[in-house]
Design a protein around this ligand. Structure first.
Ligand code: G16
Length: 542
């Protein structure tokens, strides 16, 4: 029943920040998905007879690729595949299932926060046995294999029914279709004080979650409405749809603006949160207070012991380089390790496996901990609810007091999307050329203290990752950072990250863009953003 199919390589299968992401018509080319999946399998050793987890965020083309992956896994010699009902598993749930059942690894089908649909985005990523995204040395090896692949193995059999829970035989391999929600919801119950959150909600504290017609709907309904007693309808857009109901499932101030406006209105709820396509990102909004992802990491770390799962304290904190240094001040106060990594959750895995860090976060609306090896949207929401319930204070009071104690890191990211690739590469090359001459130069009140292209030495395995973003640091702790996104699927996306540290509490209520205006102007002056991209303004400001 196993058949070997001849194929030819596609040149464009290099994984980005988080797996291979392309438009559906690219993935739908003959053998395109098969080539990539076989290239994953060809790089694995010792998986015969072991378990593989497969799940996706339910976006368009999810079901087709899951069927392909199931047959190829059987042909490759896996003993069992655990797959979410309907092909659904949120990314953090997939990570948990891999860990809980000791699977060899997993295939996660998602393009995260990118839109879904017949002409929109799709993605494939491989996660290793610790539940986390494969590290760079594996993704590099997968890419190398895609460049020379000449055949793949599959089965000549009918598709498996994924819409009912149960076990099936696929040419000697067991396919177990599992409930995607229960294991994950049970895990959350072990980490957080559900009784306290239930009490908070019962007291009239109104919580809404916008699942953006993406994967978190069933998880949020089970946890928030069923287990924590929130009113029916507290989870909005709760049914996952292949095109996300035309939502752009990116939880930020642009794409989740309706939720933000609702929470900010006088009659609106007390607390709002949103997740992305595959459930690993989160946005948290309290009445009168949008919490930046960087501040969210810092506040969670500072209050971690209020949650039962973290009552004995956290071992250390990690953040991606462009994420603000707010959490660094918490780590310093707690006397625990602080690690600065390149952008990409995959860099946190080694630190968590080695027990060096418990909590991690990124400016790109990602927060998580060592309970899994992915960032986890609902986990962050529950952590906030746990903190609010324990402190009996509003989100706004909690954040304002945090700033008063540690100082405020004003922070914003400006994205220039779908910029001409050559222009974007030219901008970065020009910046690299300038790096050596920048220190000591002044721009208005700002003096450059140092400038470099960030490189990371992994303290656990000694691997080095270079060219991870250009940093220009000014005297006094302000900085601007430039990088090109590794998750876009058309043209280039230039990201400008801007940060200013303000210790003085009487200056903590300035509007963010105003507080950063001089840095934003200097970033343009140094990088010639407007001239080189032809853009007057960013596409998205978060
Ligand atoms: C992925 C990665 C994150 C990264 C984000 C943005 O998130 O897992 O680590 O911060 O992309 O990356 P970039 O700036 O290169 O676009 P997700 O939610 O898309 O899987």
């Amino acid at each position: 029943m196993i058949k070997t199919v001849s194929t030819t390589p596609y040149k464009d299968q290099k994984p980005g920040t988080s797996g291979l992401r392309k438009k559906v018509p690219v993935f739908a080319q003959e053998n395109y998905a098969e080539n990539f999946i076989q290239s994953i399998f060809d790089n694995l050793e010792g998986f015969e007879g072991k378990t593989l987890v497969i799940g996706g965020d339910g976006r368009y083309y999810n079901r087709e690729v899951i069927q392909k992956a199931l047959k190829m896994a059987a042909a490759a010699g896996f003993g069992k595949v655990m797959v979410g009902k309907g092909g659904i598993l949120s990314t953090p749930a997939a990570s948990h299932i891999i860990r809980k059942y000791g699977a060899f690894g997993g295939i996660v089908l998602s393009a995260s926060h990118n839109p879904g649909g017949p002409t929109e985005d799709f993605g494939i990523k491989y996660n290793i046995g610790n539940g986390g995204p494969a590290p760079e040395k594996i993704t590099d090896a997968i890419f190398a294999r895609t460049q020379v692949i000449d055949s793949y193995k599959t089965l000549d059999v009918a598709d498996i029914d994924l819409d009912g829970i149960g076990s099936f035989d696929l040419a000697g391999m067991v396919v177990e279709v599992i409930d995607p929600v229960t294991d994950y919801a049970d895990l959350m119950e072990t980490l957080f004080d559900f009784a306290a959150i239930r009490g908070l909600i019962a007291s009239g504290f109104r919580v809404v979650i916008d699942s953006m017609s993406a994967v978190t709907g069933p998880y949020a309904v089970e946890i928030l409405e069923k287990r924590l007693g929130a009113a029916k309808g507290s989870v909005r857009n709760e049914i996952p749809l292949p095109d996300f109901g035309h939502h752009h499932p990116d939880p930020n101030l642009v794409h989740a603006k309706a939720l933000y406006d609702d929470v900010m209105s006088p009659e609106g709820p007390d607390f709002g949160a949103a997740s992305d396509g595959d459930g690993d990102r989160n946005m948290v909004v309290g009445k009168g207070m949008f919490v930046t992802p960087s501040d969210s990491l810092a506040v969670i770390a500072a209050n971690a012991t209020l949650a039962p799962g973290y009552a004995s304290g956290i071992a250390g904190i990690a953040r991606s380089m462009p994420t603000s240094a707010a959490a660094d001040r918490v780590a310093e106060k707690l006397g625990i390790g602080m690690y600065e990594t390149p952008t990409g959750w995959k860099y946190f895995g080694n630190l968590m496996d080695a027990g060096k860090v418990t909590v991690c976060g990124e400016e790109s609306f990602g927060t998580g901990s060592s309970h899994v090896r992915e960032k986890d949207g609902l986990w962050a929401v529950l952590f906030w609810l746990n903190i609010v319930a324990a402190r009996k204070e509003s989100v706004k009071d909690i954040v304002t007091k945090h700033w008063a104690e540690y100082g405020r890191n004003y922070y914003s990211r400006h994205d220039y999307e779908e910029v001409d690739t050559q222009a974007a590469n030219g901008l970065v090359a020009n910046l690299r050329d300038k790096l050596a001459t920048l220190p000591g130069q002044t721009f208005g009140d700002l003096t450059v203290e140092s400038a470099d292209d960030f490189a990371y030495l992994d303290p656990v395995d000694g691997s080095v990752s270079k060219n991870q973003g250009i940093r220009i640091l000014f005297k006094g702790g302000s900085r601007v950072v430039f990088r090109l996104s590794g998750t876009g699927t058309s043209g280039a996306t230039l990201r400008l990250y801007v940060e200013r540290y303000e210790p003085d509490a009487s200056r903590h209520a300035i509007e963010t863009q105003a507080a950063l205006a001089d840095l934003i102007a200097v970033a343009d002056e140094i990088a010639e953003i407007k001239a080189r991209t032809g853009r007057d303004a960013p596409t998205v400001i978060t």
